[in-house]
Design a binder for this molecule. Structure first.
Ligand code: IMP
Length: 198
């Protein structure tokens, strides 16, 4: 059994990773098992930089293998914004709704064909000996003109994944998970861990 600490206190992320790694001999812990682990400030200007920063800090603190993720939305018409600041696009205390309103407002004069966007997820794994790897997952789509659906979180109510006429917030979590950026990155991590264990 290999132990991995997920550099998050978010139970939903831990459950998703545990589900995906269920058929491997990997045991997942979260930071709830390490209450003294210092908070890591996500101040890098790339998803990869932030994910690595978190995983390195947690691996160094715990002496265990650590996995961290960072994700966000890149909108082409905004030069890739909100990107790494997706969670606080409209300000440090912004709600998901505030962020969506700011995004819709910025895009109000942008025609439909130029409203392309993608969600990006980077997952970093760091070993106690300092070895590190990163894995990316993407889902392409476009930004609608109004809020639709009430499931999910973040920008889900305005994001239409390519090939669907529903937003992420109108899909069940299973439907969203099957195409999500996080799932794509997690599957790459899983493949890596299966090879690593051989
Ligand atoms: P984090 O990587 O979980 O901290 O997510 C960063 C931010 O990106 C979130 O607060 C959301 O605003 C946005 N985001 C990341 N993934 C998703 C998603 O699957 N749906 C909607 N918004 C997302």
């Amino acid at each position: 059994m290999t132990d991995i600490v997920l550099a998050t206190r978010n139970l939903k992320k831990a459950e998703e990773l545990t589900r995906i790694l269920a058929d491997t001999s990997i045991r997942i812990f979260t930071l709830d098992s390490f209450p003294d682990c210092p908070e890591v400030i996500e101040d890098r200007n790339t998803f990869e930089g932030n994910a690595l920063k978190k995983a390195i800090a947690v691996s160094q603190h715990t002496g265990l293998i650590s996995v961290a993720d960072d994700s966000g939305l890149e909108v082409d018409a905004l030069g890739g914004a909100p990107g790494v600041i997706s969670a606080y696009y409209a300000g440090v205390n912004a709600t998901d709704y505030d962020n969506i309103l700011k995004l819709l407002n910025k895009l109000k004069d942008v025609p439909d064909e130029k409203r392309t966007a993608r969600f990006v997820c980077c997952i970093a794994i760091v070993f106690p000996n300092g070895v590190q790897e990163t894995f990316f997952g993407y889902v392409n789509g476009f930004i609608g003109r109004e809020i639709r659906g009430n499931k999910g979180f973040g920008y889900d109510p305005v994001f239409y994944p390519s090939g669907y006429n529903q937003t992420f917030a109108e899909m069940t979590s299973e439907e969203k998970d099957s195409v999500s950026h996080r799932k794509q990155a997690l599957l790459k991590l899983k493949k890596y861990l299966q090879n690593y264990r051989r």
